[in-house]
Write a protein of this length. Structure first.
Length: 318
């Protein structure tokens, strides 16, 4: 009996030692402070899918960030041509609020997003690129605004305007880099770049009906997708300049015929090209002087709601 007790004690000691060795050998989870800071973010979507994840030499490591609205999705620290940037996969995998709270907390000031979309405007054909200039939001499942907890000052909550809806400097960079990329090879002669367009964000979870698409077209929408309207909304609320690159992956329902096979052909062609475009854009974005006036900064805060003359009213914007 004593022998069994001694054997049990030895076993427990061995188990404890193995646990300690495992704990020592296991690498600690990375934190944001383990990487250099970055001012630029790339928020992924179907326009690049897993193209960046499958790349080599760009992604250096990842971390998650605790914010006042929850834990962020995985955020990758990346570098291209020596320029640091953060990457969030697939719009944050549904964690929209946590994603944009984390990017703001990290000090991000510039963000590029994107998607594939259904073409409502018949001029926007399969594979075409669109750099949207405005949006219509039909979202009903996500918060319409970032929660108060996401802001550093609960007494300074923005009520932004969205005219223009996206940052003109980032839009121009995306337009220039997209034009350069599709003109670099005759392989892309069938791709047209549309330098403006109204994107409508549908409710998601399913494709739209043909009747819904006809309604969207009557509203003035040129293309329909499911996520970037939320990103445009949240980015400005959090003081982040944003623009998006969208590729037409199919005619919207009722506009033209398409099959699931269509998407299987679109992604392998468009994803690597879209990644090249945004990676080429990032150093250009980094080169924007820090003191350049940005139109979004002047559109975030409503004046103080007071009957006092303007000269006597307090400023509410930082």
């Amino acid at each position: 009996m004593r022998f069994l007790e001694g054997g049990r004690a030895v076993g427990l000691c061995i188990a404890l030692m193995l646990t300690m060795v495992t704990a020592i050998a296991a690498p600690a989870a990375k934190q944001a402070k383990d990487f250099p800071p970055a001012k630029i973010a790339l928020v992924g979507g179907t326009f690049i899918n897993d193209a960046l994840l499958n790349s080599t030499g760009i992604m250096k490591g990842s971390f998650k960030l605790k914010t006042k609205v929850g834990i962020s999705p995985e955020i990758w620290y990346c570098e291209t041509d020596g320029v640091p940037f953060y990457y969030v996969h697939m719009h944050g995998n549904g964690n929209y609020v946590e994603t944009w709270a984390a990017l703001a907390q990290l000090g991000v000031r510039e963000a590029i997003g994107g998607a594939t979309a259904g073409g409502i405007n018949r001029a926007m054909k399969l594979y075409d690129y669109v750099v949207p200039t405005d949006f219509i939001d039909m979202n009903i499942s996500r918060p319409l605004a970032m929660p108060i907890e996401a802001y550093p000052d609960p007494n300074l909550i923005p009520i932004p305007r969205y005219v223009p809806a996206m940052d003109p400097l980032l839009q121009k960079i995306l337009i220039d880099e997209t034009r350069s990329a599709i003109r670099a090879s005759h392989d892309y002669d069938d791709i047209t770049l549309h330098e403006q367009g109204v994107v409508i964000q549908s409710r998601g979870g399913r494709f739209e009906t043909a009747a819904e698409v006809r309604m969207m077209g009557q509203w003035g929408a040129d293309l329909v997708t499911m996520s970037i309207g939320t990103e445009m909304t949240y980015a400005r609320m959090m003081g982040i300049h944003y623009a998006a690159l969208v590729s037409i992956s199919n005619p919207a329902e009722g506009v033209g015929a398409w099959q699931w096979e269509t998407l299987k052909q679109v992604y392998p062609r468009i994803n690597p090209l879209s990644l090249r475009i945004v990676l080429a854009a990032i150093p250009k974005i980094a080169a924007i002087p820090a003191d350049t006036p940005r139109i979004g900064d002047a559109l975030r805060f409503h004046p103080e709601m007071t009957s006092a003359p303007a000269a006597d009213a307090k400023a509410v914007s930082p």
